[in-house]
Design a protein around this ligand. Structure first.
Ligand SMILES: O=C[C@H](O)[C@@H](O)CC(=O)C(=O)O
Ligand SMILES: [Zn+2]
Length: 278
């Protein structure tokens, strides 16, 4: 488990490229045959990738110890989106088939959760977020069609994109986790510009569907003190509440966003004018 401490914006603004990458970037999310895990002290979000290539994968029994509980989801909820081939999840004996671009929400208290791929030649790739939870809401699969889509932006500003909201209050109840996927249209390069912060929630971005030899310049930092991190395919970046989170690719890409914190009001954002950025 890779643990990342919380970070003050006064510290963050002193960091060089390597320092920023060490604090905010997660370079290896999907490892064949492994479940990876990053634990951020910011709102105690846990995120990573699950890529079953041989047998099944799951949250190890002794993981509870690392979280001071009996098992991983004893006091947590889980959301995931499959960016690979068809797969399945078994949650305490109930099997959920999860096709590409489908999501699963697992309510707090699930004891035995395991994952597999349907075709090992085309492994499933489950990108997951987990957050502390106070009660148990029903486990449920969410299809792309159910993930209330919103298309916004303009090709003229290279930011035409569709936001699929899989795990949001209008689709299903969760304790605090929200999760979705944003797909850029061909020729569109910018996500979330004009950008925003949300003092009341943190966010993690996971960029994927990126061709070889392309990059996303992920914008971060306080609005008057911006920095960037160069991101390659299938890498994740942590965005504290004080930070903007936006990106421009050298080619169109897709990303998954996950949020935890004070509220679940998607539009509760502190919007910024582009002219306010420094
Ligand atoms: O707080 C919301 C998140 O930053 C994302 O949902 C924004 C996003 O996907 C986009 O504008 O492209
Ligand atoms: Zn945001």
């Amino acid at each position: 488990m890779d643990t990342r401490q919380s970070i003050h914006s006064d510290h963050a603004k002193t960091l060089d490229t390597l320092g920023l990458r060490r604090e905010f970037l997660v370079e290896r999310v999907f490892v064949p045959g492994e479940l990876t895990m990053t634990y951020s002290h910011i709102d105690r979000i846990v995120f990573g990738g699950i890529m079953p290539t041989g047998g099944t994968l799951g949250f190890a029994d002794d993981l509870g110890k690392a979280f001071g509980v009996d098992f991983f989801l004893q006091r947590r909820e889980l959301g995931l989106i499959n960016i690979g081939g068809a797969g399945w999840a078994d949650v305490d004996g109930t099997r959920y088939d999860i096709a590409p671009e489908e999501a699963l929400y697992v309510g707090q208290g699930a004891r035995k959760v395991s994952f597999g791929s349907i075709d090992k030649a085309k492994p499933a790739k489950f990108y997951y977020n987990s957050a502390p939870a106070h009660t148990s809401y029903p486990t449920r699969r969410i299809t792309l069609a159910e993930a209330s889509p919103a298309t916004l932006g303009d090709a003229k500003t290279a930011n035409r994109r569709t936001i699929y909201k899989y795990i949001v209050p209008s689709v299903l109840p969760t304790c605090q986790l929200s999760m979705g996927m944003t797909k850029l249209e061909e020729g569109s390069l910018w996500n979330t510009m004009p950008c925003h912060t949300h003092e009341r929630r943190m966010e993690v971005y996971f960029y994927f569907n990126m061709d070889a030899d392309t990059a996303v310049f992920h914008m971060m930092g306080k609005p008057d003190e911006t920095r960037h991190i160069v991101i390659q395919n299938e890498q994740a970046v942590i965005s504290p509440s004080w930070s903007i989170h936006s990106g421009v690719g050298t080619k169109a890409y897709t990303f998954i966003w996950g949020m935890v914190g004070e509220n679940q009001v998607f539009d509760d954002m502190d919007h910024l004018k582009i002219s306010e950025l420094r």
